[in-house]
Design a protein around this ligand. Structure first.
Ligand SMILES: [Zn+2]
Ligand SMILES: [Zn+2]
Length: 131
């Protein structure tokens, strides 16, 4: 079994592309055909609110205006958290809630590649070299 898997490994991209044609991947959020890669359809992608700068330098809470790279939110100023830095990938709202909960708690692991890519992009300042 392992020998067969090893022999087929170089063909994986071709087999995955063929499978995408035969069974187009569904959007992680709404289930409609998402196109190549099968992450999110255009409507769901544009509805998500990814957390980007400006944000709190410590907890990552998004700011409406840029207060400077080392600015802290009121919560972190009042009671500094035990961690040095944290970031959120998405604002948790009605648009992101379903996708996030299905991935975390419903074994919908087909979103692993998408979430990994989004997390890698979100955390690239933490890890300057690819991990
Ligand atoms: Zn969708
Ligand atoms: Zn903060």
């Amino acid at each position: 079994m392992r020998a067969a898997a090893r022999l087929l490994e170089p063909l994986r991209p071709i087999l995955e592309a063929a499978l995408d044609v035969l069974l187009p991947p569904g959007c992680l959020s709404c289930g409609k055909v998402a196109g190549h890669g099968g992450q999110l359809c255009v409507a769901c992608w544009t509805a998500l609110d990814f957390v980007t700068a400006p944000h709190c330098a410590r907890c990552g809470f998004p700011f409406e205006i840029d207060l400077g790279a080392n600015s802290l939110c009121l919560a972190c100023l009042r009671r500094p958290p035990a961690f040095d830095r944290a970031r959120s990938l998405l604002r948790y709202d009605d648009k992101s809630k379903g996708t996030t909960l299905r991935f975390k708690h419903a074994d919908r692991t087909e979103g692993t590649k998408a979430f990994a890519a989004w997390l890698r992009r979100s955390g690239r300042r933490f890890w300057p070299t690819p991990i």
